[in-house]
Design a protein around this ligand. Structure first.
Ligand code: NAP
Length: 274
């Protein structure tokens, strides 16, 4: 039986590498993206390696594109084995500098987009009594950090959703996996959206954190490592709830676990300001 995978946000970075890794692992893979003109790159690799990859339009902000995409997959393949919710973007700016509309847009893509896509695939997975849903969260889904409250809270919401879903979907043999990358070298940082006011009271900290993030992104973990972790997770009989990726993610999560809230806050302040 040919297994079928769907990946959102496959035009670049983690989604691109994960779609390729799934196809190399034998899945018929739907590499979905909001702008299918960006699909040539993955189709070129697929052609060279003889991989079963199809590009379909899916914008997680637009319900109709999700429904149309899932319908095509079901009409053609009658099954969905793996859904990787990967599409997302990075809104940067301190709480007073972010408009409610900017904040809503961040949640629209990073959180509600995931909810919509999950709701669209669940009837099929439930009928099959199997399926794996992989939610690409972040170490930012577990740790607060200045200048990124919109992104961080969208990922915290995704963690809460994923933890809760696991209980609901387990009786139908549907598994939920959270992936928590640290800083990964992708387009996320080049395409970040910066929300700052001209007379912002937070100019200094915003510039400092942005500079730090740019430096960290240049030394980030390659996206192929996230893809490898996703394959390892979906191939394990009993996947863990969470898979961190990258030494930075492991370091921050270990510190969070071993310290009190105040000790952890002081540790982040020291990392940031000294
Ligand atoms: N890079 C990191 O350090 C890092 C760390 C932890 C977690 N993550 C998470 O990993 C995921 C992938 O990001 P990445 O690092 O691979 O960055 P990326 O290279 O910028 O990829 C982001 C992908 O999401 C797509 N996307 C954005 N909005 C979308 C929408 N409304 N509908 C469908 N697709 C949309 C982008 O499409 P376009 O090409 O059309 O813009 C692109 O394909 C994100 O959820 C991100 O939060 C990244």
């Amino acid at each position: 039986m040919e297994k079928v995978a769907i990946v959102t946000g496959s035009s670049s970075g983690i989604g691109f590498e994960t779609a390729l890794a799934l196809a190399r692992d034998g899945y018929y893979t739907y590499a979905t993206m909001r702008d299918t003109k960006k699909g040539d790159k993955i189709l070129d690799v697929a052609k060279k390696e003889n991989l079963k990859i199809e590009v379909l339009e899916l914008d997680v902000d637009k319900e109709k594109t999700i429904k149309d995409c899932i319908k095509k997959v079901i009409d053609n393949k009658k099954r969905i084995d793996v859904l990787v919710n990967n599409a997302g973007y990075f809104l940067v700016g301190c709480i007073e500098d972010i408009s409610i509309d900017d904040m809503k847009s961040q949640f629209e893509t990073n959180f509600f987009g995931v909810v919509r896509t999950i709701q669209a695939v669940l009837p099929t997975m439930r009928n099959l009594k199997s399926g794996i849903i992989v939610n690409v969260s972040s170490v930012a889904g577990r740790i607060g950090f200045p200048v990124t409250p919109a992104y961080i809270s969208s990922k915290f919401a995704l963690e809460g959703l994923s933890e809760s879903m696991r209980y609901e979907l387990a009786p139908f043999d549907i598994k939920t996996i959270i992936i928590e990358p640290g800083v990964i070298k992708t387009n996320l940082f080049n395409s970040l959206i910066k929300a700052t006011k001209q007379d912002s009271a937070y100019k200094e900290i915003t510039e400092k954190v942005l500079k730090g993030l740019t430096m960290m992104s240049e030394m980030g973990t390659p996206p192929q490592e996230v893809a490898r972790t996703i394959i390892k997770a979906i191939n394990s009989e009993n996947p863990l709830p969470r898979y961190p990726v990258g030494n930075d993610a492991l370091m921050f999560l270990e510190a969070k676990k071993s310290k009190t809230d105040i000790e952890f806050e002081n540790y982040i302040k020291k990392e940031l300001f000294s």
